[in-house]
Design a protein around this ligand. Sequence first.
Ligand code: NAP
Length: 519
Amino acid sequence: MQLAPFKNEPLSNFKGNSEHFRQMQQALEDVKKELGAKYPAVIGSERVEAAEVFHSYNPSVKDQVVGTFPKGNSRLGALAIEKAEKTFQTWSRTPAETRVRLLTAVAGNLRDRKFHFAAWMIYEVGKSWAEADADVAEAIDFCEFYAREMLRLAGPQPVTPVPGERNRLEYIPLGVGIVIPPWNFPLAILAGMTTASIVAGNTVVLKPSSDSPTIGYKFFEALEQAGMPPGVVNFLPGPGSTVGDALVTHPRTRYIAFTGSKEVGLRINELAAKPRPGQIWIKRVIAEMGGKDSIVVDSETDLDSAADGVTASAFGYQGQKCSACSRAIVVDAVYESFLEKLKNRAEALKVGDPSHPETYMGPVINGRAKESILQYIKIGTKEGRLVAGGREAPGHGHFVAPTVIADVPPDARLSQEEVFGPVLAVLKAADFDDALQIANNTEYGLTGAVYTTNRAKIDKAAESFHVGNLYFNRKCTGALVGGHPFGGFNMSGTDSKAGGRDYLLLFTQAKSISEKASS
Ligand code: NAP
């Protein structure tokens, strides 16, 4: 089997292509009619209800229900694991090419319904048109990329010849994986961790975020429509705080693929480390977690381009990306003029309901997040000087104005803790070396960027800026599958490099097979 070389899915062009614009508007109309529906959990081929339900809401229109779901519990969790384990017996022996074909079929399904998937994200998690479109494109990329990667891993692997033996190495699957994604890339990350799991031959219990279960269910349906056999992925919504522990601690769970906050990631890591009665393996934990990402702005740079990059990185999707710039570290010589440019840009951003095409910033995900962000703004205004925003924004949803707080000391809470909202701290550095030192002073190490035209400074930063994804003279968000394998250092996670050539190895184990050659 051969597939064309991997290429990133092109983004839609809502400004320049009237057909894209029309299709997006139509999709928003279509999806609006489906809001409020009830969905089941799916274990094997069974659609399952539960005594208790929960709702996901449109963060732009607080009380508008997007979907109603059964509240998974430990009993359903155990059933889902049992089903996944049974299905593993057949799926793990299904030829790699069949599994690869499933992924390319899913990619085709997502491509055909791109605008509808984007519309679901606009309603369920408050993405702008462009952000939602990019999320779908990334999901398609993951399917296509991991399909090709599996073909590579399923092929012959190089081993050193040993005289008198026939030797080979095969990558085989692990077993039952628990996939736990966040809400902020509700399609791309969920699809990435799920498709990597199943293309490698594992079976999955997928627990979507409680803020974005509908998108999870729509992806699950896409898998079914693409021909996935029942039980390969089992869809189990429910609160992470209850069903999560049950799934992670179950003795038949072989691995956990998690993306989310540091707190939850560390908890999963700790619980997974403890063997349970009947468990015969060390559970593997793939955990991608938070960030406190910095952009360094040097004096030798185009300040307008730097201000554009910082603005997009800090306020794109309301700052709710693990890769978002939450600290601009600016050298003294250009500090005030850069701040002025930043203030103008932040104040010009259009905040509102993202179902309107001209909206740049939608709502934050829920009321709890808004309260926490406003609390950080309060702390930040004590630690530094408020330059822009600093308040809620009007509307029926959870809107927060893009906020810039200057003169924040490097050890202040606003410099150290992940806010996960549209709040940018600006820190003053004496010079470029000082800026690099500050950039490395958190417990995280996910993304970072540097704006400078000086080659020696670029080389120095490339060596010493300790993050998993480092960019020069561009924004620190927007990693592309294949081009920018994504994952962080330190408390940002296990550096699993999603969308890279090492990723599928995390979902497999290598078996070395040696046969004495008959003479
Ligand atoms: P979160 O609160 O940690 O939740 C992530 C997932 O974990 C959700 O599905 C959640 O379910 C589940 N969960 C909660 N408690 C659990 C438990 N005890 N056991 C098992 N699962 C549990 O994070 P989030 O708010 O969704 O996402 C934002 C965070 O993700 C930020 O810190 C961001 O930086 C990080 N993130 C990192 C990356 C990366 O690649 N490094 C990418 C995206 C996001 P419920 O929704 O039901 O609580």
